[in-house]
Design a binder for this molecule. Structure first.
Ligand code: G6P
Length: 447
């Protein structure tokens, strides 16, 4: 069976193969530190052996819960922010019909999201729409105290209870949170919601293969067993037994650190498949929060090609030479669409007649890679044989493992995010949250 494949040879005009190979000892140490729990943040390594440790009872519980929502809801609102929604959205978008919400003969509820912003119009419009739909809620927050999802949950819980009555609403709300701490846990216990636990040792951005990602993905009708099975394959392939040269996570971690050392301070994750946009968003959180600290870290950016070649393409081709690209390429499309011949040939496109759309896309991909490498942009490539649950599972775990190794090579703790607290403190001070009196006074004096 094929696996996702990493190619790093198009970086070698910019950094030497020898220099990348020279990371072997460091990478092996980093990988060992992860597996032995001897590195920074070692109390957050629950994701490391997670795929292979998921048991049948847990899967059945997830599937049974998903079934209740699938049978009773036209719309399921996933409430969460950051790691508490990006993984689910990335996988669901990657696997869904591009026009999912317009499909009339539905087999699965439409999954929508809330609590990932504080948009008043967004929440108003969502609530208006939900007045006409049978809906359920999956409320996700590891800490159980994050403002954005808490706010959305209060609004939507109230709406559901008013529309359905408290007893019926209770059956349509699932909470995924800490086992004992936080306001969401308190509410779940008090109201008797079905809950799933996010273990202490799994950070939000590494939680896609916990119920945080798995339940919404199952609700959307996708096969979480295949997703996990792909992740299990990658867990073995990126494990301690695999030598540096054959370990994709080790190779990716090594080459991106060497590129960084040589002034490539921004990594752009590229896709040529519109369904992968949110894989880029998930990846940005994973690498941004893991590596961006102590005044260092590659800045993670993402683009959708060919769309963004007509906007960001100029900058990438000729702007500051501090970037490299990591291209996610999907080898085989799921469907076939062939360009027809035209007698008039008014658009001059007869040279494409008989070719598949994907062949044009692939030539765009190849042409872009050559142009960008020529223009001074190192290119890495990750190829998925096809877009399905299994290879997405491989991809997600590959990125997680590489992130852990890469963060250790950089010398940071890849599993904390102290920097995100600063805005929260200011927001609470400005909103005069009880307990923030001194901060309120201090910040008001500054504005
Ligand atoms: O799941 P929660 O505790 O609500 O956290 C949601 C997100 O917000 C936080 O501020 C962190 O920066 C993220 O790492 C986290 O994924």
């Amino acid at each position: 069976m094929e696996n996702i494949k990493l190619s790093i040879d198009k970086a070698f005009g910019f950094v030497s193969e020898q220099a990348v190979a020279g990371y072997k000892a460091q990478v092996d140490d980093a990988n060992a530190a992860l597996h032995n729990g001897t590195g920074k943040g070692s109390d957050f390594l629950g994701w490391l052996n997670l795929p292979s440790s998921i048991d049948e009872a847990h899967l059945q519980d997830l599937e049974a819960t998903a079934k209740i929502l699938r049978n009773n809801c036209e719309v399921v609102v996933v409430i969460g922010i950051g790691g508490s929604y990006l993984g689910a959205k990335a996988v669901i978008d990657a696997l869904s019909n591009s026009f999912d919400w317009l499909l009339t003969e539905r087999k699965s509820p439409v999954v929508v999201y809330a609590g990932q912003n504080i948009g008043e119009d967004y929440l108003y419009e969502l609530q208006e729409l939900l007045k006409t739909k049978k809906f359920g809620i999956i409320s996700i927050s590891k800490s159980g105290t994050t403002t954005e999802p808490a706010l959305a949950f209060r609004l939507l819980k109230t709406q559901l209870e008013e529309e359905q009555g408290k007893a019926a609403a209770q059956k349509l709300i699932i909470a995924i949170t800490d086992k004992s701490r936080g306001a969401l846990r308190t509410a779940a216990t008090q109201e008797g919601y079905k809950t799933f636990v996010i273990e202490d040792n799994v950070g939000g951005r590494f939680s896609v293969l916990t119920p945080v990602g798995l339940l919404p993905i199952a609700v959307a009708g996708f096969d979480i067993r295949k997703l996990i099975s792909g992740a299990v394959t990658m867990e073995a392939k990126c494990g301690l037994e695999t030598p540096f040269e054959q370990n994709p996570a080790a190779q990716y971690a090594a080459v991106r650190n060497e590129l960084y050392k040589n002034g490539k301070t921004t990594e752009i994750l590229v896709n040529f498949h519109p369904k992968l946009h949110y894989i880029g968003e998930w990846w940005k959180q994973l690498y941004g929060e893991s590596e961006g600290k102590e005044n260092k870290g590659i800045f993670p950016a993402a683009v959708d090609f060919t769309t963004d070649l007509h906007s960001m393409g100029q900058w990438i081709q000729e702007g500051e030479r501090t970037i490299f690209e990591t291209v996610i390429s999907v080898k085989e499309s799921n469907y076939t669409k062939v360009f027809p011949h035209s007698e008039e040939n008014l658009d001059g496109l007869n040279f494409l007649a008989g070719k598949r759309v994907d062949e044009v896309n692939k030539m765009a991909e190849l042409g872009t890679m050559i142009a960008h490498v020529d223009g001074g942009v190192p290119n890495l490539k990750i190829e998925l044989p096809v877009l399905n649950e299994y290879y997405l599972g491989e991809l997600l775990y590959f990125f997680e493992k590489a992130c852990g190794i890469s963060g250790y090579i950089l010398g940071v703790n890849p599993f904390d995010q102290p920097g995100v607290e600063a805005y929260k403190k200011n927001m609470f001070a400005l909103l005069e949250k009880p307990g923030f009196e001194a901060e309120t006074k201090a910040i008001k004096a500054r504005i």
